[in-house]
Ligand binder design. Structure first.
Ligand SMILES: [Zn+2]
Length: 266
């Protein structure tokens, strides 16, 4: 699933390519991805408006429009935005005033598109925890100290901290040398501090490399992101740890495949 670096990559690319353009036509090929309002209303209210601003909140993309409304896009598992579009696998096609299209693809149909008066009032948005870049190390330590839950599922809990998913939680914990199943409140002060900086370092590096193309994620151009080759734990089961050569282990934790080095991470 696209996480903060992937969604941020798409946001920056949308800013370069579709900002200020007008939506001239909307073709819906699978109505299931449109969660609100009705498909008819969705199409009617989008035609003729221009894209005024692109925002991101956690893993949510927001296109703010000239009619005061906002189009929110949650890519979930397999959602993609592609510009210029090819029309090949599109569930929704947005025709733009430059004669090109913005394709919304979604193989598994879990994604959610909404057209709303106000995106801030979405219950999902209201429940989001702060992003790693919006808190200080002191605040992060304070947040952890109150939680007895396991650290990896906690990092993935969007109501606790937003933007991190299965992939970057595994990478940050590897770099901070912390076992994924440790209780959050058991982290020593130094460990929590290191985790805080490694979360931010990991996310920033991933943004630099335009995200990780696992599953279906692609950049806006349709090209894959480049960060997979820098992964140290995620997806490396049985391969030697880059630090100590011990094979990376995979366990199920909170229902998710979790990769770690049994020697380096304590
Ligand atoms: Zn190791």
């Amino acid at each position: 699933m696209p996480e903060l670096p992937e969604v941020e990559t798409i946001k920056r690319e949308l800013e370069k390519s579709v900002l200020g353009k007008k939506i001239t036509e909307v073709c819906v090929y699978n109505p299931r991805v449109i969660r609100e309002p009705s498909v008819e209303k969705f199409k009617k209210e989008l035609v003729g408006v221009s894209i005024k601003n692109i925002a991101r909140k956690g893993k949510l993309l927001i296109l703010e429009l000239s009619n005061g409304k906002s189009l929110t896009i949650h890519l979930k598992m397999t959602g993609q935005l592609v510009y210029p579009g090819t029309g090949k696998a599109a569930r929704v096609i947005f025709h733009l005033s430059d004669g090109k299209t913005l394709d919304f693809n979604d193989q598994r149909l879990f994604a959610e598109l909404r057209l709303r008066d106000d995106w801030h009032s979405l219950p999902f948005v209201q429940g989001l925890g702060p992003e790693p870049f919006d808190i200080t190390v002191g605040q992060f330590k304070e947040m952890l100290s109150k939680k007895k839950t396991k650290i990896k599922p906690l990092l993935m809990d969007q109501t606790f901290i937003s933007g991190i998913g299965n992939l970057y939680a595994a990478e940050a914990l590897f770099r901070a040398k912390i076992r994924p199943e440790r209780s959050a409140s058991s982290l020593a002060d130094k460990e929590a501090g290191l985790l805080y900086s490694e979360i931010k370092n990991t996310l920033l590096e991933a943004i630099q490399h335009k995200g990780s193309s696992v599953d279906n994620y692609v950049q806006l151009s349709g090209k894959p992101g480049d960060y997979v080759r820098f992964h140290k734990a995620y997806g490396r089961e049985g391969k030697p740890c880059f630090v100590c050569k011990t094979p990376i282990k995979r366990i199920a934790l909170g229902g998710r495949g979790t990769y770690f080095c049994p020697k380096c991470q304590q």
